[in-house]
Design a protein around this ligand. Structure first.
Ligand code: AMP
Ligand code: MG
Length: 418
């Protein structure tokens, strides 16, 4: 008799996975190796930025009060007493109608409180005139205007991108505390599977899920151990799953989670004493997606159907891996756009459609990327997003506003689950 499974909503399934995530340890690594990692300490300003008042332009540092009477009919003459290049400091302060020639980034000399841009002057040798009034503070980058000492700038759990690295460098973080990256295991199950390099044989298909998941992990900067392909054999599969669990931080399997005669993953979870969090999700594709926990390890039982496998990884495995690193924004970024073509087939489950989004003169439009069944592989290759169509009794017509999940964006930018 076929076991009846009770579907749970996608959001609930994601919540269950996230509740069972164990945060990995941390490590301290050189700044130049931190791109793509998750911060395990907040960035707090160690000093003001800028740390001194400085000039944002090439020009002349003056006392604003000396320009008070300037106008088109009354040009005021300043004497240039020296030059301050970036990285240098003036020898002395300025006096009445004196000025320093100053370069971008150079510190404002004592007594000066405004910078006149070069193009606002008429220059002569060692002097210049101005024809308008400048106010106190005009054209000055003030100490602390960018960041104040002690200010919390970036939270722990943020994704480290090039801008984050600039900030870390600003404060002298030669070493940075980051989350350790988990190592994933990948196991493809199915007696029908061939190696990529094999010739096709009757009834057989090449393993496309294994390499795809490896690349989904690589895109996240996550390392993996591949346990290859395993025929549908309960004992052999159990052994390899055990071995993989002992050697990795999480295990991703594909295939064998349905209710067919050779779908052994449920039996394997039972044998190992793993707790199944869910084995049916109200989504298409991938309704058979199963997630189990054993100790502090998650086992992702993704469907063998390529589109379902892909979607299951993005919806469940990806945020879990980010959360294992303490990421504060583990979800795919989301936006709204218009459905590019009719999708008339109603569905009682939330549908995730591989699609291609683009900004057009009519706004953001996401067009389904072709053949869109759960066993499709071509539409995964063409898509750059997933359109989310809520469950319901009606289909959707082109032009309907829909949610779009962005694939391949830099990690950890989405704070909101669907
Ligand atoms: P399963 O989830 O094992 O019931 O498999 C569902 C469908 O996906 C079947 O048509 C399988 O042949 C196919 N499939 C299973 N594993 C893979 C794989 N690694 N690569 C490509 N297709 C697969
Ligand atoms: Mg199978």
């Amino acid at each position: 008799m076929v076991e009846m499974r009770k579907p749970i909503q996608v959001r609930e399934a994601v919540r269950l996975v996230m509740e069972n995530v164990h945060v990995n340890r941390t490590e301290t690594i050189p700044l130049e190796r931190t791109y793509g990692r998750i911060l395990a300490e907040p960035i707090v300003a160690k000093h003001d930025v800028p740390s001194f008042d400085r000039s944002p332009y090439d020009g002349f540092a003056v006392r604003a009060e000396d320009t008070a009477a300037a106008s088109g009919d009354n040009r005021i003459l300043f004497t240039v007493i020296g030059e301050i290049g970036a990285g240098h400091v003036a020898d002395r302060g300025i006096g009445h109608r004196e000025a320093y020639r100053i370069m971008t980034g150079a510190p404002i000399p004592d007594n000066a409180d405004a910078v006149v841009m070069l193009e606002q002057t008429a220059e002569a040798e060692n002097s210049f005139t101005v024809r308008k009034r400048f106010f106190q503070g005009e054209n000055i980058s003030f100490k602390g205007e960018d960041a104040k000492q002690g200010e919390l700038l970036i939270e722990s759990g943020a994704f480290i991108h090039p801008g984050t690295i600039a900030l870390l460098a600003t404060f002298g973080y030669a070493k940075v505390k980051v989350a350790k990256r988990p190592v994933a295991g990948i196991l493809s199950t199915g007696t029908e599977l061939l190696e990529v390099s094999d010739e096709l044989a009757p009834g057989k298909i090449r393993n496309s899920n294994g390499p795809m998941i490896a690349a989904q992990l690589t895109r996240m900067g996550i390392g993996y151990t591949s346990y290859g392909m395993q025929e549908d054999n309960l004992d052999a599969c159990t052994e390899i799953v055990k071995k993989a669990l002992a050697e990795t931080d999480l295990l991703i399997t594909t295939g064998g989670v349905s209710v067919g005669d050779y779908d052994y993953l449920p039996a394997i979870y039972e044998r190992l004493g793993a707790k199944v969090l869910f084995n049916k999700v109200a989504m298409r594709p991938g309704s058979v997606t199963t997630v189990a926990v054993l100790g502090d390890k998650l086992l992702f039982g993704l469907s063998g159907n390529p589109s379902a496998c892909f979607t299951g990884f993005e919806l469940f495995t990806r945020p879990a891996i980010l959360a294992m690193q303490g990421a504060i924004s583990p979800y795919m970024p989301r936006m709204q756009g218009k459905l590019g073509e009719d999708f008339t087939k109603p569905n009682p489950f939330t549908r995730f459609i591989r699609a291609f989004w683009e900004m057009t003169p009519e706004g953001i439009i996401a067009v389904p990327a072709g053949f869109n069944k759960s066993n499709a592989v071509s539409s995964i290759a063409r898509g750059n997003c997933l359109i989310v169509l809520p469950s319901g009794t009606r289909g959707y017509t082109a032009g309907t506003d829909v949610d779009i999940l962005l694939l391949g964006a830099e990690q950890g930018v989405g704070k909101w689950v669907l």
